[in-house]
Design a protein around this ligand. Structure first.
Ligand SMILES: NC(=O)c1ccc[n+]([C@@H]2O[C@H](COP(=O)([O-])OP(=O)(O)OC[C@H]3O[C@@H](n4cnc5c(N)ncnc54)[C@H](O)[C@@H]3O)[C@@H](O)[C@H]2O)c1
Length: 245
């Protein structure tokens, strides 16, 4: 028995990297996945390659509240009521604090933090009416520890942890859970710019001695949105190979 059979899951940034691995894991568990990406073709291609059937791809900028409302309405029309929301879309615009431009701050906060608010607000009403739902926010270890050169990104990811806990408290009486995953360094396009020396430096800090793979995060996401985590809400689960022990 697949534990997410019959459920619709919306995964933002689901067409590559960690989001694609999460989309695959949820599809493997029986969910019908709405893959949200910035590009319609890439989202549709990713959705078509997922295991099982009933998946679809959508282009949507999560930072745009009206676009998010329209997209969630379309998903519910096409696939059915959204039972699972994974806020994975994220960007970086790294720079030292004094060199950060207003745009770098606004863009990163807009996608990583406001994007999650936009999607949660859009799906919450339906979940509340049905008295069921599971929300998962992909934050980062740097939202806990901070990181030089990532003031904007760390602030957004820390904000996402506050959002997770508030949503968990507010929606728990309606049977809705909200948790977060904080990955460490995961090998994706986002971290592809690191040079060999930087990669070695990170590996030395990771207790398990290797960088993470998207599948390491996806397995935990599958657990957290599923029935096995039915008594877990408001938590931040660090998936970093023991880097910030
Ligand atoms: N890779 C890591 O080491 C790492 C570590 C901690 C946290 N994270 C977080 O994990 C998540 C996924 O990261 P990744 O490494 O797979 O990165 P990635 O760059 O490979 O993927 C990010 C995805 O988000 C989508 N996206 C970006 N802006 C968007 C927007 N405005 N609207 C809709 N979609 C948008 C992109 O299209 C892409 O599919 C991000 O939230 C990231 O901050 C990554």
């Amino acid at each position: 028995m697949q534990e997410l059979a019959g459920q619709v899951a919306m995964v933002t940034g689901g067409s590559r990297g960690i989001g694609l691995a999460i989309s695959r894991a949820l599809a493997d568990a029986g969910a019908r996945v709405a893959v949200i990406g910035q590009d319609a073709t890439r989202a549709a291609t990713a959705a078509a390659a997922l295991p099982g059937s009933g998946h679809a791809g959508y282009a949507c900028n999560v930072a745009d509240p009206a676009g998010v409302q329209a997209t969630t309405a379309q998903i519910e029309k096409d696939l059915g009521e959204i039972a699972i929301l994974v806020n994975n879309a994220g960007i970086t615009r790294d720079n030292l604090l004094v060199r950060l431009r207003d745009q770098d701050w606004d863009d990163v906060l807009g996608v990583n933090l406001k994007g999650a608010f936009n999607t949660i607000r859009a799906v919450a009403k339906g979940m509340m009416r049905r008295r069921a739902g599971s929300i998962l926010n992909v934050t980062s270890v740097v939202g806990i520890t901070g990181n030089p050169g990532q003031a904007n990104y760390s602030a957004a990811k820390a904000g996402l942890i506050g959002l997770t806990k508030s949503v968990a408290r507010e929606l728990a009486p309606r049977g809705i859970r909200c948790n977060a995953i904080a990955p460490g360094y995961i090998e994706t396009d986002m971290t592809a710019g690191l040079n060999e020396e930087q990669t070695r430096g990170i590996r030395e800090k990771v207790a398990l001695g290797r960088l993470g793979q998207p599948e390491d995060v996806a397995a935990v996401a599958r657990f957290l949105v599923g029935p096995g985590a039915g008594y877990i809400t408001g938590q931040v689960l660090v998936v970093d190979g023991g880097m910030v022990l």
